[in-house]
Design a protein around this ligand. Structure first.
Ligand code: OOB
Length: 559
């Protein structure tokens, strides 16, 4: 357990002292915690609306009181500063309350997505040595309480399962209703702005989960700067449309940016136009963020005919995966908004097109770094900078980009340069005007509509299937999702060819997130041989990706 005076977490990689000093001197790291931000807002404008969803609406004073009350109750349960707590909640008001309660306490939320299943949560809880999990009961026909019980059974450090329940729901055996922990707020030991505030998950990872430790100081800087760029103020109503635990809706500028600006956070339980459009009208939403497939859905819906009144919506952000220029061009006119492209990563760096950029920049680039203190370079595979404007690997360091993963030296060796710059894994070019154009990923990930799937992880899973001799996962282009998951499978017995349904059933039964399910299975008797006769999976993937592209263009040609 941590000493109360210990400012950081063992396993956290700090910034080099000279850079840290510079970021403090420049007041980028301003020395405030998220708890202090909320307290300041609650004191300045207690009656202003902070949070609204379909069931709740809380003022700043109410949110602050609820968070402190819950923090006091959780302290009584024995959760202390520095402990890690898995949070797996859908987009509902209680998410914000729970996270701020943990911030008050100095305990670290570990942000899990509602789509995560035991195959993800068990390693995450293990790597974080989490002591508690806060989740809900049944939501969208899935029993999260049961999932939490499964995870607890497998992770020895997990002592508590706490549930945010709806009317009439009862906690499962061994779990507690979070309402039991709403105590009269008491003073809690102070937290420090240099403390790690939470653990975020890296998109697409294999083996030991890559956990991202962000401090109050560094994250709050990114939130402040994002809120400035997105021109948030107390009239802002930010709609959390994507799963709110993700870095994009959390902080770019997201719910934290809206609260920082004294605006309102609205949450929608589901991102489809049928649910979200009426909520935009009802709550007077001014800004939200989407991944490209959802942006396409919203645009098509708006182009198709009358919608609820969306006139309050001024800015629509699109990010998480590459937005095709063709779609980017349609979004503004269809929805009556200013489009903003956002290219970011949970590890840090976030790039934005600016709200007053010319339309050509907004539709055809992924923007430029948010901070003048972000340092970026585009290098070849040997780490040498490429010619200006040429494509290469994007590396970066800066005031809100991590220097290493949490307690994971192996991943650090791959993902950081010798001087601590983060290797983003993205292939980009930088235009003369400073804006970045993202060409793709260097690694073997499929980016399925913003959800990153590691080819290696899914291949390892398929290889457990008795009917599969070998498997290679590639991303195939898809007009809606950007990429879909194609599994090339060599059958163990050529007479028994695995079907898509069988493969999906198998993957589902391994308890992994639904977005990792292959969209297509191509059974092949042999994989193409690689040029030099070695079995480089990377080259195999490339060869199969080429052949998959050939297949899909052939299909298009037939149509
Ligand atoms: C966001 O964060 P992550 O950690 O889920 O994924 C980061 C990766 C990037 O390295 C890149 O490969 C891809 O997602 N990506 C984009 C993109 N935005 C993210 N690729 C092309 N164009 C874009 N606009 O996805 C994330 C975090 C904060 C803000 C926005 C997105």
């Amino acid at each position: 357990m941590l000493e109360l005076t210990d400012p950081v977490l063992p396993g956290f990689t700090p910034w080099p002292a000279d850079l840290a000093q510079r970021y403090r001197d420049q007041n980028l790291w301003a020395g405030a915690t998220f708890g202090e931000v909320l307290a300041t807002r609650a004191a300045a404008a207690p009656d202003r609306l902070a949070i609204v969803d379909t069931a709740n609406s809380w003022t700043y004073a109410e949110l602050h009181h609820r968070a402190r009350s819950l923090a006091t109750g959780l302290a009584r349960l024995g959760i202390t500063r520095g402990e890690r707590v898995l949070v797996q909640l859908p987009n509902r008001a209680e998410f914000v309350e729970v996270v701020f309660a943990l911030f008050e306490l100095g305990a670290l939320p570990v942000f899990c997505l509602p789509a995560h299943r035991a195959a993800e949560l068990v390693p995450i809880a293990g790597a974080a040595a989490a002591t508690a999990i806060i989740t809900c009961g049944t939501h969208q026909r899935f029993d999260y309480a049961e999932l939490a019980a499964t995870v607890r059974a497998e992770v020895p450090t997990l002592r508590h399962v706490l549930l945010v329940l709806d009317e009439g729901q009862e906690p499962h055996e061994g779990a507690r209703d979070i309402d039991e922990f709403r105590d009269e707020p008491a003073d809690l030991p102070p937290t420090d702005a240099g403390d790690v505030a939470f653990l975020q998950l890296s998109g697409g990872s294999t083996g030991i989960p890559k956990l991202i430790a962000r401090t109050h100081d560094d994250y709050l800087y990114s939130v402040r700067r994002s809120a400035e760029i997105c021109e948030l103020d107390s009239d802002t109503v930010y709609l959390a449309t994507l799963p709110v635990a993700h870095n994009f809706p959390m902080s770019s500028p997201g719910i934290l940016g809206a609260l920082w600006a004294g605006g309102t956070v609205a949450l929608t339980p589901d991102p489809t136009p049928a649910t979200a459009f009426p909520l935009i009208e009802r709550f007077g939403v001014t800004i939200t963020g989407l991944v490209p497939p959802l942006a396409r859905l919203w645009t098509e819906r708006a182009e198709a005919g009358p919608t609820p009144d969306l006139s309050s919506l001024r800015v629509l952000q699109v990010g998480g995966a590459r937005c095709q220029d063709e779609l980017a061009r349609r979004i503004g006119p269809a929805l009556g908004v200013t489009l903003q492209q956002v290219f970011g990563m949970a590890e840090g760096l976030v790039c934005y097109t600016r709200l007053d950029d010319p339309i050509e920049v907004v539709v055809s680039t992924q923007g430029r770094p948010m901070s003048e203190f972000d340092e970026i370079a585009v290098v070849d595979d040997h780490g040498v900078e490429v010619a200006p404007g040429a494509q290469g690997n994007l590396i970066t360091q800066g005031p809100y980009t991590i220097r290493g993963y949490y307690d994971n030296p192996e991943a650090d060796a791959r993902s950081f340069t010798a001087t601590g710059w983060y290797r983003t894994g993205d292939i980009v070019s930088v235009r003369p005007d400073g804006n970045l154009v993202v060409a793709g990923r260097a690694g073997d990930w499929v980016n399925r509509g913003g959800e990153k799937v590691s080819a290696e992880e899914l291949e390892a899973l398929l290889l457990e299937h008795p009917g599969v001799r070998d498997a290679v996962i590639v991303g195939t282009p898809d007009p809606v999702l950007g990429q879909r998951i194609c599994a090339f499978v060599q059958p163990a017995d050529p007479a028994q060819r695995p079907t898509l349904a069988a493969v999906r059933k198998f993957v589902r039964e391994r308890g992994v997130a639904a977005w990792k399910m292959p969209d297509k299975v191509v059974v092949v008797d042999e994989f193409p041989a690689t040029g030099v006769g070695k079995t480089s999976r990377k080259e195999l993937r490339r060869a199969l990706a080429d052949s998959a592209q050939g297949q899909s263009s052939a299909q298009h040609a037939v149509r």
